[in-house]
Design a protein around this ligand. Structure first.
Ligand code: GDP
Length: 597
């Protein structure tokens, strides 16, 4: 019989980076009594990954649970605008509503559109939380209009347009339904969640089913499947069967030994969980996204959102350049191998394969950005390695070559539209849709072979002076369309500071360390490029008075210019076309304020 779990709410939280999602969840946690007074929150679980913050995207979804009165509220973080394998949809399918957090000064940002649109399509109710109303210059009224405009643009239905607005200063732990009068605590938000987000419901008595939607990994307990109980009640020490709708071969007997629910930022062991609960199951070897863990007598698989196939591969290998061993502490093939295989535990859309060489591994993923995030994460963890150029994974069927296709969605100010259409046209993209959106932005949708996107992200960033937003979604395979012209090796970037010019070469298609001519003086605040990474122009604000240990690594082109050597502009131009000279300004570059030294 279908019953309602009134003691539970499952919500997802959507926010543009820095709009206060973490602060808000921290406050809900504090006020839910999860934390004792004066206890310092050491872990801000919702955003443990620095890199996500810098890139403005969240990759991992995390679970938190808070309690308000008699209700447990499960809060699931949503990945940001980039979706590497259907994760957004899988997360949203676990919940009955979303909270959209918007900065009262900045207003809604195009990056959140992707996730919000998915939520609206799934007919989830949305609570808009206009945060930072304490901020000087906050304009909650205007921002509320902008949010409603965005809903209209994204085809929200009538009910969704009636959504409640809550005004908050997460920093001060206060919220209100009245933008002019803030309350004393977060209760208005708690109450709104209870009132507007439906409680999960389902069949209490039927044979249990849990659909695994995400995978966590814990060093002590290993692989953990996280998902919602879709029917019945799951208990520990019970025989169960694991099945999978898209993999009929899977029919595995398992035993539920460790079952958890979320409590605050932690997992708490429980003996039993009912329909509507979000649970974590450990101890099942090989548990995978999309698996249904179910009653042993009723092995019925639930449908799930497909995991997209990898489209791009790169070879990661031990650094054998003359400068090896200077950048990282993990340099051996063993270390590289272990780290890469560990990635498989949590990232379902990545594939790792051995190669003929024990020092090299083929890593396949969902596009260039996906792999570049892995590369950057590993470099920060202290791994030193080389990567090859990205290569597209074709599909060969009956001797015919099919190439992976992507749908690219671009939001861009009108003035840059022409350039984007022209550049993508050269890369064999077809414009399939074009709509006008608010605030001078247009949305363009293209169908493009995955190959055509290689190296495009950095070009796009430059072309749109950092104002464009680019999203890609895998769109199946299509017959091969012939060669796509690629750019020459790289870009020369230059920046003038009064007396001297710093310049360097980096390869847009391979990761090479961007270096500047040795001897060039670097002043505080001056922008130089170092550690350029795949498909990106990256600059660091450098404090060091003079850059001494300037060296190149990575691409052959970069090594040709190996240091220490002062390059003249003419010399550098041997490697690059003059029209590829890009001046780095704060407007066309995302500046990372990483202080060297
Ligand atoms: P997230 O990236 O969405 O998780 O954002 P954070 O919660 O980390 O907040 C980003 C920044 O905004 C931090 O410096 C916070 O202190 C600040 N912040 C968050 N909420 C508020 C608020 O209500 N008022 C003000 N003035 N600042 C806030």
């Amino acid at each position: 019989m279908e019953q309602v779990r009134n003691d539970v709410r499952n919500i997802a939280i959507i926010a543009h980076v820095d709009h206060g999602k973490t602060t808000l969840v921290d406050q809900l946690l504090r006020q839910s009594g999860t934390f004792r007074e004066n206890q310092v929150i050491q872990e801000r679980v919702m955003d443990s990954n620095d890199l996500e913050r810098e890139r403005g995207i969240t990759i991992l979804s995390k679970n938190t649970a808070v309690r308000y009165k008699d209700t447990k509220i499960n809060i699931i973080d949503t990945p940001g605008h980039a979706d590497f394998g259907g994760e957004v949809e899988r997360v949203l399918k676990m919940v009955n509503g979303v909270v959209l957090v918007v900065d009262a000064f900045e207003g809604p940002m195009p990056q959140t559109k992707f996730v919000l649109k998915k939520a609206l399509e799934l007919e989830l109710p949305v609570i808009s939380c206009i945060n930072k109303v304490d901020r000087p210059g906050a304009r909650p009224e205007k921002v509320m209009d902008e949010v409603l405009d965005l809903f209209i643009e994204l085809d929200a239905d009538e009910e969704q347009l009636e959504c409640p607005f809550v005004y908050a200063s997460a920093k001060n732990g206060i919220a209100s339904l009245d933008m002019h009068k803030l309350g004393d605590n977060m209760e208005p938000l708690f109450e709104t969640i209870l009132e507007h987000i439906p409680a999960p419901k389902g069949n209490f008595d039927g044979p249990f089913q849990v659909l695994i939607s995400t995978i966590d990994y814990d060093n002590y307990i290993g692989r953990i499947g996280v998902g919602k109980v879709e029917r019945g009640s799951i208990k520990t020490n019970q025989e169960a069967i694991m099945v999978n709708e898209q993999n009929p071969e899977l029919h595995k007997k398992v035993k539920i030994t460790k079952l958890y629910e979320f409590e605050g930022l932690n997992r708490m062991e429980v003996d039993q969980a009912e329909v509507g609960s979000i649970v974590a199951i450990a101890g099942i070897e090989g548990i995978h996204i999309g698996d249904t863990v179910c009653n042993a007598e009723h092995p019925e698989a639930l449908p799930f959102v497909k995991i997209s196939q990898p489209t791009i591969a790169m070879t990661f290998s031990v650094n054998d350049s003359p400068f090896a061993g200077q950048e990282g502490k993990f340099v051996t093939s063993r270390q590289l191998r272990d780290r890469l295989f560990r990635e498989l535990q949590t990232d379902v859309s990545i594939k790792i394969e051995e190669t003929d060489s024990p020092d090299a591994f083929k890593v396949s993923g969902r596009g260039e950005l996906h792999l570049s995030i892995l590369i950057e994460t590993m470099r920060r963890e202290g791994y030193e390695f080389q990567v090859s150029k990205p290569e597209v994974l074709f599909e060969i069927i009956d001797g015919k070559k099919n190439e992976p296709m992507e749908i690219v969605t671009i939001d861009v100010p009108e003035e840059f539209m022409g350039t984007v259409i022209e550049k993508l046209g050269k890369r064999k993209a077809e414009l399939i849709n074009m709509t006008q959106s608010k605030g001078g932005y247009s949305r363009l949708e293209f169908s493009i072979p995955a190959r055509g996107l290689i190296g495009y992200a950095s070009e796009f960033m430059t072309d749109t002076k950092g104002n464009g937003i680019l999203n890609t979604i895998f769109d199946g395979y299509a017959p091969y369309k012939g060669e796509i012209p690629t750019r020459s090796q790289g870009s020369l970037i230059a920046y003038e500071t009064g007396e001297s010019i710093a310049y360097g070469l980096f390869n847009a298609q391979e990761r090479g360390t961007l270096f500047i001519g040795a001897g060039v003086k670097v002043y505080e605040g001056m922008i130089v490029g170092e550690n350029a990474r795949l498909g990106d122009i990256e600059v660091n604000v450098c404090k060091r008075k003079q850059l001494t240990n300037v060296r190149a690594s990575g691409s052959d082109d970069a090594l040709k210019l190996s240091p220490p050597k002062v390059l003249s502009l003419e010399q550098a131009l041997e490697f690059i076309e003059e029209d590829e000279l890009v001046e780095i300004t704060p407007e066309n570059t995302r500046i990372r304020k990483k202080i060297l030294d």
